[in-house]
Design a protein around this ligand. Structure first.
Ligand code: ADP
Length: 160
């Protein structure tokens, strides 16, 4: 049986923190599916298709990773794909409460699916998609916050 992990998120846009988590978990599973959530509640800067394309371009060197778009319950997607694990990244303590609640809800919905929390590396713990968008909008340097593939698209989006 192949071990499949699903890493869901907004990825609006992908940051170096996300890249680090994906790279690390790709070595632990047969397949990693990065799941771009198309949430009707969250107003995104990039469309889901654009976010997916940026992730694919950034991480094309990881052969056991693929990217998908989904609207709905993550647990439904995980079941569809016969995956076993949902991966989430943990930065500061503020992430903890939210992740614990989400993992409890998901456990209730699908007891057979495990949530695995992966700690951010210290050098990335302060990086968030929201933060990098703020930096871009105010003309700050994006190097080291987002992968090189994202710099230009982010500048173009925030210039409009
Ligand atoms: P969401 O909107 O679902 O929180 P994000 O795209 O912001 O999605 O993040 C997806 C996942 O990646 C979340 O589990 C988040 O905690 C994690 N994450 C975000 N930034 C970092 C980072 N710098 N280091 C490690 N994990 C991160």
């Amino acid at each position: 049986m192949s071990r499949i992990a699903v890493y869901p998120g907004s990825f609006d846009p992908i940051t170096v923190g996300h890249v680090d988590i994906i790279t690390r978990i790709a070595g632990l599973f047969d397949e990693v599916i990065v799941l771009v959530s198309q949430s009707s509640q969250k107003k995104a800067l990039f469309t889901a298709e654009e976010r997916k394309a940026l992730i694919e371009k950034t991480l094309k060197h990881i052969p056991n990773m693929k990217v998908d778009i989904f609207e709905g319950l993550t647990t439904d997607y995980v079941r569809q794909k016969k995956a076993q694990v949902i991966v989430r990244g943990l930065r500061a303590v503020v992430d903890f409460e939210y992740e614990m609640t989400m993992s409890s809800i998901n456990q209730k919905l699908a007891p057979e699916i495990e949530t695995m929390l992966v700690f951010a590396r210290p050098e990335f713990y302060y990086i968030s998609s929201r933060g990098v968008k703020e930096v871009a909008m105010n003309g700050g340097a994006l190097e080291g916050l987002v992968p090189p593939t994202v710099v230009q698209p982010l500048l173009e989006k925030t210039r409009k």
